[in-house]
Write a protein that binds this ligand. Structure first.
Ligand code: ATP
Ligand code: MG
Length: 383
């Protein structure tokens, strides 16, 4: 009995010894590898410090190799790259190559100017469940934007052209951008957003070129949805007052109209725009073949406000006494964005009190704060 147990212990002892020596062995191997790594890192560092040549990417081949043209001598060659670098490369991108003609880094791409202003989202992370109310408006947008992408054959069968461009108008914060994103999500399309006012105010002299690039980008990334936010900044009648700034805006608008005219309705790029001021838009934009479907996004009515509150408070912990009815009655004229702000404010107040949950008085206070901040401003002036 005692012997037997002793035998087992011996065995365990042996196994432990064995494992210890294995650990030692692996540690030594590890050390050798670590040395190798730091040696390689040093080499990489040196390679990066040697003078580099500049080349332009002609194409990224299906094989994963990259076809380059060296600037200056126009020599062309094919090289391999790491996955990390390859996904940053597009035809036209500038890269630095070393004397073995390997790409060391990407210097810049022709996309630079586009990236500065255009947001590109792979199928955005917003679905119709995140939109309260607006059922009819959503359906109208889906007919015009989503179905031409997801079931083009139906349009073909019936022999009808989908609308070319869709314009959403309504007060700020009523959910225009939200709907556009949800549609892109549902259509599994890329969402490319450009802000008209940024285009005009930040990129003076580049407007027309950027509009052209916007459409090129959209075609390259099809199926895609182009969303021009604040289109009034480029398409407002008031901005054409004969000054040089307005001439630039005019050129940008002309380019947009030209792009839309040259556009195939049946293609897999859909165009949407949004504005707060539909009354100020240049009628040229609203002509058939341009933004020929205009959809008003209204302020939420009581039922819609209830739904929006439900969406934005879904993850919040509400105390038992909370009754949203009072909130609904006090938020006549509030937008979806206001309601979201009310939920957030009420939550912050509860956090401040270090409470377990949001109470009715948190909500009441939040309503007062938000309704006062949005100035009791009559949002209807935008419609
Ligand atoms: N119907 C709605 N359902 C749920 N949330 C909404 C709704 N409307 C607005 N919101 C909330 O308000 C935020 C702002 O809305 P959104 O950006 O879509 O407004 P907008 O109409 O595009 O405003 P702007 O004219 O200022 O661009 C959204 O991110 C969302 O959280
Ligand atoms: Mg918006």
């Amino acid at each position: 009995m005692v012997d037997g147990a002793g035998g087992k212990n011996d065995l365990n002892e042996l196994q432990i010894q064995d494992l210890k020596s294995k650990v030692l062995d692996l540690r030594m191997k590890n050390e050798v590898l670590e040395k190798e790594i730091s040696q390689l890192k040093r080499e990489i560092g040196q390679l990066k410090h040697l003078p580099l040549f500049v080349a332009v990417v002609v194409d990224v081949l299906d094989s994963g190799e990259v076809y380059l043209r060296q600037q200056g001598n126009n020599q062309e060659y094919i090289t391999t790259v790491s996955d990390e670098i390859r996904h940053m490369l597009r035809p036209g991108a500038k890269v630095a190559v070393n004397n073995t003609l390997s790409i060391v880094r990407v210097i810049g791409t022709v996309y630079d100017s586009r990236v500065r202003i255009m947001e590109l989202e792979e199928s955005p992370d917003v679905s119709f469940e995140n939109v309260g109310g607006l059922k009819d408006e959503i359906e109208e947008v889906r007919e015009a934007v989503e179905y031409p992408l997801t079931k083009p054959e139906t349009f073909e069968r019936i022999g009808v052209e989908p609308p070319k461009g869709i314009l959403l108008y309504g007060a700020p914060g009523t959910g225009k951008t939200l709907i556009a994103k949800a549609v892109a999500h549902n259509a599994n399309a890329r969402f490319i957003r450009m802000s008209g006012s940024e285009l005009v105010h930040k990129f003076i002299g580049e407007g027309a070129q950027l509009v052209r690039e916007l459409f090129t980008l959209a075609r390259e990334h099809a199926p895609s949805i182009v969303f021009i936010d604040e289109i009034d900044a480029i398409g407002s009648t008031r901005s054409h007052d004969g000054t040089s700034g307005s001439a630039e805006v005019q050129r940008t608008l002309m380019q947009l109209l030209a792009e839309m005219d040259g556009f195939d309705n049946r293609g897999d790029v859909r165009i949407m725009a949004a504005t707060n001021r539909v009354d100020m838009l240049d009628p040229a934009l609203l002509r058939p073949g341009r933004f020929d479907r205009v959809i008003e996004i209204p302020l939420p009515d009581l039922d819609t406000r209830r739904e929006i509150l439900r969406i934005h408070s879904a993850k919040m912990h509400m105390s038992g006494d909370v009754d949203l009815k009072a909130v609904l009655e006090q938020t006549e004229g509030a937008t979806g964005a206001d309601l979201q702000a009310i939920c957030r404010e009420a939550g912050i107040m509860a956090v401040r009190r270090d409470a377990e949950s949001v109470t009715q008085s948190d909500l009441t206070e939040a309503v007062h704060k938000v309704m006062k901040d949005s100035g009791g401003m009559d949002t209807r002036m935008y419609l």
